[in-house]
Design a protein around this ligand. Structure first.
Ligand SMILES: Cc1cc2nc3c(=O)[nH]c(=O)nc-3n(C[C@H](O)[C@H](O)[C@H](O)COP(=O)(O)OP(=O)(O)OC[C@H]3O[C@@H](n4cnc5c(N)ncnc54)[C@H](O)[C@@H]3O)c2cc1C
Length: 479
């Protein structure tokens, strides 16, 4: 009996240790003042200094000094980017942390002017009382507005192309430390060319954005044969102004069912006004535990998918939600600080009719390289009607977004690089594109072939930053 109790205690202790290990696997690695690393902890540098600027004048002085001392300048928002976007070796980092105020707001015109470090969450918290909502942001609301413009972000609302559709004007400081007011009316060419490239040309200080009503939606999920996805989009989503949000999700269950089961979820407009109280993220530790299981164990991916299926199919899940709450999805649970592994997000944009060809190739690549896929979702990205430089959606596209867990070791990183280049070739052959800021693996030839506007960008960089003051590791490795 005593032996039995001891064995049970022993098992409980092991179980607790295992849960702690899964939850907090390797503690956080934080940079020092001068040691900087990116969100994935892949690129690293020792910088000269980081300044938490307080005013426009201070930024102008810093750029002037850097220019005189021939020092490189990088800009940091919330620092969630991968691949060294926010620093460079021996450079100066302008941290925008104190640019976090709402400068102007007009309920009737549905516009808001915010400083660049403000996050979508702060804007939502401010405008929710008036039942207004953001038009375009990322799939999470933790990022800064400054960055969001600089990579022309997009998300899941099929009615908009990218954030470029929603920017009224902005102010920025260029390499000759001038403060410029830019809008479509005052300088259309500059307006469209800078969206995507702020971080290499200037410091954005504030932005005026258009808002919209905080709609109420009914969420519906249905199983679909993934080969019918393109026709499903054409018949049900692309023309449909009643769908406020749309995405698809593939099974990551290995291997028989891998990337075969597929669900689509639509958030359709309802007239009923739903409770608009902003919800906080719940169950962070529980969800982190389960997500960590997915990183470590294939059997859990199977269980997770079966649970999701049961939830979707048996319960015929239908839920109602406001736009602001739909645009406030859980994110804190994915936080991860392993010393040996990291999570990486990639995204490819495929012309709608080539989606099945891409998916066949994608599946083959994932299986051949035994990729530890954590999630894969799809979105519909409307063709951009704007003249944004380095457009990733020159026609209607299906975006394929996937999240993977990879080793930080050099050998595994080179495998990642190799199969990423292979995927980029596939995309290129199908007239698709890839999301620039998510990776620096593309060769120069691949980059220039997919983004032929590149030469225009070089010209603009020469005009506005002839001494190449603005830089970062991502830029230096790629261009
Ligand atoms: C889990 C997750 C989900 C994501 N989902 C999406 C998505 O759905 N859609 C999407 O498009 N992206 C998505 N992203 C990518 C996200 O947009 C970027 O990671 C971005 O880094 C977030 O902004 P940040 O404030 O952390 O920028 P930072 O990492 O701080 O900065 C990134 C770049 O922006 C520049 N920058 C920042 N502020 C300014 C400024 N004021 N002036 C000039 N340049 C500036 C910096 O110099 C740097 O080059 C996702 C990222 C994660 C981690």
């Amino acid at each position: 009996m005593k032996k039995c109790i001891l064995t049970i205690i022993w098992l409980i202790v092991w179980l607790l240790l295992w849960i702690l290990y899964i939850l907090f696997w390797n503690s956080s690695i934080v940079g020092t003042d001068t040691y900087q690393t990116d969100f994935a902890r892949i690129e690293k540098a020792i910088i000269d200094k980081e300044v938490h600027v307080q005013s426009i004048q201070e930024i102008q002085q810093l750029i002037q000094q850097a220019s005189q001392q021939k020092q490189k300048v990088s800009i940091a928002g919330k620092k969630y980017s991968w691949w060294g976007h926010t620093f460079t070796q021996n450079g100066l980092v302008i941290d925008m942390k104190n640019f976090n105020e709402i400068l102007d707001y007009d309920r009737d015109k549905k516009t808001i002017t915010v400083q660049a470090w403000i996050t979508w969450w702060e804007i939502q918290s401010y405008i929710n009382k008036d039942n207004l909502a953001i038009q375009v942001m990322q799939s999470s609301n933790i990022f800064s507005v400054g960055w969001s413009l600089s990579s022309n972000i997009h998300w899941r609302d099929p009615r908009y192309a990218t954030i470029a559709d929603t920017v009224d004007s902005f102010r920025m400081i260029d390499a000759s430390w001038q403060l410029l007011d830019v809008s479509y009316e005052t300088n259309p060419e500059l307006f469209w060319s800078v969206i995507w490239w702020f971080w290499l040309l200037w410091v954005i200080t504030d932005v005026t954005l258009s808002l919209q009503e905080n709609e109420s939606y009914q969420i519906k999920t249905l199983a679909l044969n993934w080969e019918d996805y393109n026709s499903y989009l054409k018949e049900n989503v692309i023309w449909n102004q009643n769908i406020g949000l749309h995405y698809g999700r593939f099974s990551i269950e290995k291997w028989d069912n891998f990337l075969k089961d597929f669900y689509v979820t639509n958030y359709s407009l309802i007239q009923e006004e739903w409770d608009n109280t902003l919800q906080d993220e719940k169950w962070v530790l529980r969800n982190r535990f389960f997500f960590n299981l997915s990183r470590n164990y294939d059997w859990w991916k199977k269980v997770r998918w079966k649970l999701q299926q049961a939830f979707t199919e048996n319960l015929k899940w239908e839920k109602k939600i406001t736009r602001n709450n739909a645009m406030n999805p859980p994110i804190r649970f994915i936080s991860y600080h392993s010393k040996t592994h990291t999570d990486i997000l990639h995204e490819y944009f495929i012309p709608i009719d080539s989606f099945d060809i891409f998916m066949e190739k994608f599946r083959e690549t994932m299986v051949k390289n035994k990729v530890n896929l954590l999630s894969i979702t799809t979105r519909y990205i409307k063709k951009s009607e704007k003249k944004v430089l380095l457009n990733y959606n020159p026609e209607d596209m299906i975006s394929v977004v996937f999240y993977i867990n990879v080793w930080l070791w050099e050998k595994e990183q080179s495998i990642l690089k190799w199969y990423t280049q292979e995927l980029i070739d596939t995309v290129n052959n199908l007239w698709g594109t890839y999301y620039l800021s998510y990776q620096n693996f593309a060769t120069k030839e691949q980059f220039q072939s997919i983004y032929p506007d590149f030469q225009k960008f070089e010209k603009i960089k020469k005009i506005y930053d002839s001494e190449n003051i603005f830089s970062n590791i991502f830029y230096e490795k790629n261009f």
